[in-house]
Design a binder for this molecule. Structure first.
Ligand SMILES: *[C@@H]1O[C@H](CO)[C@@H](O)[C@H](O)[C@H]1NC(C)=O
Ligand SMILES: *[C@@H]1O[C@H](CO)[C@@H](O)[C@H](O)[C@H]1NC(C)=O
Ligand SMILES: *[C@@H]1O[C@H](CO)[C@@H](O)[C@H](O)[C@H]1NC(C)=O
Ligand SMILES: *[C@@H]1O[C@H](CO)[C@@H](O)[C@H](O)[C@H]1NC(C)=O
Ligand SMILES: *[C@@H]1O[C@H](CO)[C@@H](O)[C@H](O)[C@H]1NC(C)=O
Ligand SMILES: *[C@@H]1O[C@H](CO)[C@@H](O)[C@H](O)[C@H]1NC(C)=O
Length: 236
């Protein structure tokens, strides 16, 4: 598995928000340090409250007032949370998937107004190394192959397929239109592009597996062309 984005980029997520009730979407990898920073930090304020809404539960995270932070001891990740009053940012170390949810910061301004900032945090696992499983059937010179790209925990992932002449992906490879885990193929001897690559990605990472379909078929050489069949509307 290779990460598409550097860990540095992910470890510090600085997100500014236009204020109001809009949500800022934040995507992080398990284990990252996340900072949720509202763009209201230049305002003159007196009190800050951070809360988390997750599923049907609401957790009070902390309150900052008169130079003091009071944090909830009941928060499941209380030991990994901290608050920076200078820039209003809420920092969560070593995030896990359980910290996904809606983070709300309520700011009480010196003039009595209230300002709310919302952050929707998604914590994702890095995509693990995919595997390609092949099943073959042969009929009158045609070889039918179904390739299944398998990856543990396939939530929030996207599949893409390409094929080419070598076991490592190359710029001249053909990208296939299929964007699901399974790929159905009809193969004959004369095809050169027998290496299929499956790329599984999510918002933070990707992984790739490759298979050579050449050894999967007993060619009888009756069909001169190598045709590919699309596998319909299956969406994974
Ligand atoms: C907070 O700290 C600053 C600087 O340390 C100080 O000037 C200010 O009076 C303090 N405010 C309160 C309410 O204690
Ligand atoms: C906010 O301030 C703290 C402490 O000064 C700093 O460590 C942190 O990187 C700042 N966060 C952002 C998002 O600028
Ligand atoms: C308080 O200050 C904020 C930011 O400067 C401003 O947007 C808001 O209208 C003010 N509210 C009142 C009641 O004056
Ligand atoms: C297969 O590749 C070889 C060399 O790369 C090339 O000479 C040949 O024409 C190719 N065959 C087909 C059917 O594309
Ligand atoms: C796999 O897909 C991801 C996301 O689209 C992309 O960033 C990455 O470069 C791809 N890897 C290869 C080898 O094509
Ligand atoms: C190809 O031939 C071998 C040996 O005759 C046989 O074991 C294998 O099952 C055949 N494969 C297919 C896909 O028919």
């Amino acid at each position: 598995m290779k990460g598409a984005l550097g860990p540095l980029l992910l470890s510090l997520l600085l997100l500014l928000q236009a204020g109001g009730c809009q949500e800022v979407k934040v995507v992080a990898a398990v284990g990252d340090t996340v900072q949720l920073q509202p763009n209201t930090w230049l305002l003159s304020w007196v009190t800050v409250n951070w809360i988390l809404k997750r599923s049907s539960q609401t957790y009070w995270i902390l309150k900052y007032e008169q130079n003091r932070t009071s944090a909830s001891p009941f928060l499941p990740f209380a030991d990994r949370v901290s608050f920076h009053p200078g820039n209003l940012s809420l920092q969560i170390n070593s995030v896990t998937e359980k910290e996904s949810g809606l983070y709300i910061m309520d700011l009480k301004l010196t003039n009595g107004s209230k300002v709310t900032s919302n952050f929707r945090l998604f914590v994702l696992d890095r995509v693990q190394q995919p595997k390609i499983k092949a099943s073959t059937s042969q009929e009158r010179g045609w070889c039918y192959v179904t390739l299944s790209c398998l990856v543990p925990k396939a939530d929030w992932v996207t599949y893409s397929w390409s094929r080419g002449v070598s076991s490592s992906p190359a710029p001249e490879d053909h990208w296939l239109q299929e964007h699901q885990a399974d790929l159905q193929l009809e193969i004959t001897k004369s095809g050169n592009n027998t290496f299929y690559h499956c790329n599984v990605s999510n918002a933070i990472s990707w992984g790739m597996a490759t298979i050579d379909v050449k050894p999967l078929c007993n060619y009888t050489g009756k069909c001169p062309l190598c045709t590919r069949h699309t596998s319909g509307d299956r969406d994974v």
